[in-house]
Design a protein around this ligand. Structure first.
Ligand SMILES: *Cc1c(COP(=O)(O)O)cnc(C)c1O
Length: 490
């Protein structure tokens, strides 16, 4: 046995190697309110429910009480005081459950039915499709605005479509889909419509400038998801899925009395579940209240406006599409003499102390292209560093000016050429076993095992994203699985 102090010292060492979760240095993954009191409150709330099992709220009544309060808070924020819903572990679970509920409500079996989503919808919907046996149709968005194209969505609907999805806003570019027109379309076709507000729902609800209607008030919208662990400022592990209709909500449940054990009734995907996410989200919504969220959202909106206008002024970069809310992406402005490669820019900004997220180019099914870009998630703490960050964004663009786009490691460049010439087929590459795939990674200098124990891997993300851009996407998905599986295994 070790002493608790030794164990915690070991954990502290591991944590010290992580990217900074506070202070506004990382503009993705973390949603820092900048209020230290919130961290202490969440820690104390998590400790109080640590031994509780969320599986059975009739035994642990506190779980039901916390969930009632969170659902009440969320349905008021999203405009339907009569909505019903469930608390989940996160956005992915909420989205999978939204598809599952709509499919059950339509009384379709696995393998039947399809879901129509804009190409900018979160990957969670494809995950839902795979797990539930539902086909997911990604429909091209308008490449100029990056908003869903209502006519194209309408054309993609057929007799087997049971659900339409829209984002408020989407992750890649921060654009808000035309929810009113899509709600109208769903009504006319007699299908369900889900608004994925996982990312920005808890920011758009209090956005200081006018935003097109997007929430449960919009006719035709049948469900909405929003993550407490994003702009709700709760630690990871809490999201909400709301339904406008009680029967649609009940369709998400799984219940089984026909087995020899206890009667199983699960509102979400998990069985036994931690209540930490629920309790921390509850504590934070109680502490902040609508006033707190309104103030924090004001800071986010002001910082976002400043950063967007800065990017607009940087020669060689431009904002992608028409973002609304707290996230946006920048890409090379190819209309000027010296476009700045967005990933080189991210690398230069990283050297200046701020981590931005690179996104690959995406060719939509109609051949139009959403360009390679760099994503910025703006949080309240960004407002505290916005001056210094602005300098880094500006100087980073200066330093990146004239640099060519990153290229993949040479072995992967050769591999890309082999795919292009037909010497290697995608099917063969995807059929490779794990050790052969790992050998390709090691050869390319992407050895998942090279770093000393505990240190975060120092991947050259520019080269990785360049490889994703150069190689067939199913092949890069396979390689990334191998990388992460090997990285996390002894
Ligand atoms: C983050 C996100 C999700 C998935 O949420 P997780 O909490 O990461 O599982 C779904 N949709 C959108 C738009 C998101 O930004």
């Amino acid at each position: 046995m070790s002493s608790p102090d030794d164990v915690l010292a070991e954990l502290a060492l591991l944590r010290a190697a992580d990217a900074p979760t506070h202070g506004g240095r990382v503009l993705s993954y973390v949603y820092d309110s900048g209020i230290a009191e919130l961290d202490r409150l969440a820690g104390a709330a998590a400790a109080m429910v640590q031994p509780v099992n969320g599986l059975d709220p009739t035994v642990f009544g506190s779980v039901a009480a916390l969930e009632r309060d969170l659902i009440s808070f969320a349905r008021t924020a999203f405009g339907d005081p009569a909505a019903v819903g469930s608390i989940t572990s996160g956005g992915t679970e909420s989205c999978i459950l939204a598809v599952s509920a709509a499919r059950e409500h339509a009384r379709l079996a696995p393998g039947q039915g399809n879901v129509v989503v804009p190409s900018t919808a979160h990957a969670a919907f494809d995950k839902a499709g795979r797990l539930l046996g539902v086909s997911v149709r990604r429909v091209p968005v308008d490449p100029d605005t990056t908003r869903a194209d209502v006519d194209a969505m309408a054309a993609a609907i057929d007799d087997d479509t049971f659900l339409l999805v829209a984002s408020a806003p989407n992750y890649p570019t921060g654009a808000l889909d035309p929810i009113v027109a899509l709600g109208d379309l769903a009504l006319r076709r007699g299908i369900a419509m889900h608004v994925d507000a996982c990312l920005g729902g808890f920011a758009l609800a209090w956005w200081p400038s006018p935003v097109d209607d997007w929430d449960l008030r919009v006719p035709g919208v049948t469900s909405l998801s929003a993550d407490f662990h994003k702009y709700g400022y709760a630690p990871k592990g809490a999201s909400v899925l709301l339904h406008t209709d009680r029967d649609r909500h009940r369709a998400a449940y799984f219940a089984l009395t026909a087995w020899p054990g206890y009667p199983v009734v699960n509102p979400t995907l998990l069985g036994s579940r931690s209540v930490a996410g629920t309790a921390t989200a509850w504590a934070i919504t109680r502490y902040l209240g609508v006033d707190g969220y309104t103030a924090l959202t004001g800071d986010v909106a002001a910082a976002t406006a400043r950063l967007r206008s800065l990017v607009d002024r940087i020669e060689g970069l431009r904002v992608v599409g028409e973002p609304v809310g707290p996230v946006f992406a920048a890409t090379a402005d190819t209309d000027v003499e010296a476009p700045v490669d967005p990933h080189r820019w991210a690398q230069e900004v990283d050297r200046l102390g701020y981590t931005l997220q690179m996104q690959p180019e995406y060719t939509q099914s109609d051949g139009t292209v959403l360009p390679a870009s760099t994503h910025l998630t703006v949080t309240p703490v960004t407002a505290h560093v916005v001056g210094d960050l602005s300098l880094a964004l500006w100087d980073g663009a200066d330093n990146a000016g004239g640099l060519p786009p990153s290229s993949p490691p040479p072995p992967l460049r050769d591999l890309a050429a082999a795919f292009a010439s037909g010497a290697v087929s995608v099917d063969d590459a995807v059929a490779l076993d794990s050790s052969s795939t790992e050998a390709v990674l090691v050869e390319a200098g992407l050895d998942p095992h090279t770093d000393p124990a505990g240190a975060s891997h120092t991947l050259d993300m520019g080269a990785v994203i360049a490889a994703i851009d150069a190689l067939p996407r199913p092949v890069t998905a396979k390689m990334l699985v191998e990388f992460l599986a090997a990285y996390s295994n002894p």
